[in-house]
Write a new protein. Structure first.
Length: 367
């Protein structure tokens, strides 16, 4: 998805009740190219039956799809993928497990191909994602993990409140991590062929994670699109950014909070985060018309153009550069965002997502 200066309204399914979404990410970073084409210019989050409320269906007790299905094409596909995996250095042991336990999940293809049914504005989206309950939980989680979070924050140069905010927005603080078999989901998506090359690479990455001993095939669960753990990393992101903070020999983003927090912080650190600044601020534009671009200019210049704080007071005289983001149908308001906002967009290429993380982080007291 192109990082635009404005967002189209977020799209949702009518069955969705809580913000558990399939993320659209840059393929070069954490990308999970789900039911949308990343070449589009629409910033979208899908609230679907995406996480632990729905899990991989069991084809038969203790048997794989290959042992129970007459679909010879999928059987051949798994055998061919296994040969390719062996060429890439995946062990015979893991390949045997893959051939035995991988099965086709029709529901994954259904979710990948399904279309959103109605739209939400930014305010409607924020009201569902940054709720009073989530704000309360975020502050509680910060206090419960304060010592650990502050150590990780200092090490990676990422404020603890942003680590907690990402954790909360992504999986409701680890509560909604997904119940699908990642291996079977990725195999199904690769077999389907719509984004064969991308999901094939992610499948090989997932097999490597298993081969490296970080988690077993049976326990590697996540979203229907293959995003894993409490920080919802795609396998490629796991290999690039996951951290073994607790030094137990595995990078466990499923159940180890030290590893979850450190992995999220390491990601932001690697994509240019600075703990010397925040994410941005809501501003009042008045009746001024602004040409949107990605150019960062000094706050004082924005002030000279008539932009005020959202409460219509003057902007602070800080030595910071910002760019303007104006969501669709947002009246006389917008957001002046700093470079950290682009780090959040690297995580998830939606202005709505980045603003939500920023808003939740602002509500967390680090005292």
């Amino acid at each position: 998805m192109k990082i635009g200066s404005t967002d189209c309204p977020v799209l949702f399914r009518t069955s969705a009740l809580i913000p558990a979404w399939s993320r659209l990410r840059s393929i070069s970073s954490r990308s999970s190219n789900l039911s949308f084409d990343l070449t589009t210019n629409i910033a979208v989050l899908v609230f679907s039956d995406f996480f632990s409320t729905e899990s991989s269906p069991k084809i038969s007790e203790g048997k794989s799809f290959l042992e129970t299905s007459s679909d010879k094409k999928f059987n051949t596909f798994i055998n061919d993928i296994s040969k390719d995996a062996q060429k890439k250095g995946i062990s015979t042991k893991v390949i045997k497990q893959f051939k035995k336990k991988a099965y086709f999940i029709p529901r994954v293809i259904e979710l990948d191909r399904s279309q959103p049914e109605f739209k939400l504005s930014l305010d409607q989206y924020l009201n569902r994602v940054v709720t009073p309950l989530r704000i309360k939980k975020a502050n509680k989680k910060y206090k419960e993990n304060k010592i650990l979070l502050n150590k990780i924050a200092t090490h990676y140069g990422v404020q603890a409140r942003f680590i907690v905010a990402l954790w909360g927005i992504e999986t409701d603080f680890g509560r909604l991590t997904g119940g699908f078999s990642v291996i079977s989901s990725l195999a199904s998506l690769t077999f389907d062929g719509r984004r064969h090359d991308y999901f094939k690479k992610e499948l090989f990455n997932a097999l490597k994670i298993i081969d490296d001993g970080h988690i077993s095939l049976n326990k590697m669960t996540g979203s229907w699109a293959g995003a894993m753990g409490q920080c919802q990393f795609m396998p490629s992101s796991f290999l690039n950014y996951a951290s073994d903070w607790d030094k137990d020999g595995t990078k466990n983003i499923w159940t180890s909070k030290p590893d979850v927090f450190a992995s999220a912080a390491n990601y932001l650190n690697k994509v240019g985060w600075s703990d010397k600044k925040t994410w941005g601020r809501k501003v009042f534009l008045g009746d001024n018309k602004f040409e949107i671009n990605k150019k960062y200019i000094a706050l004082k210049k924005w002030s000279s153009k008539g932009i005020l704080n959202s409460d219509k007071t003057k902007l602070p005289q800080l030595d910071l550069k910002a760019r303007l983001v104006i969501p669709d149908n947002y009246g006389n308001y917008g957001f002046l965002v700093y470079s950290n906002f682009d780090s959040l967009l690297n995580w998830n290429r939606s202005n709505y997502f980045a603003i939500a993380v920023g808003k939740l982080s602002d509500s967390i007291s680090e005292k």
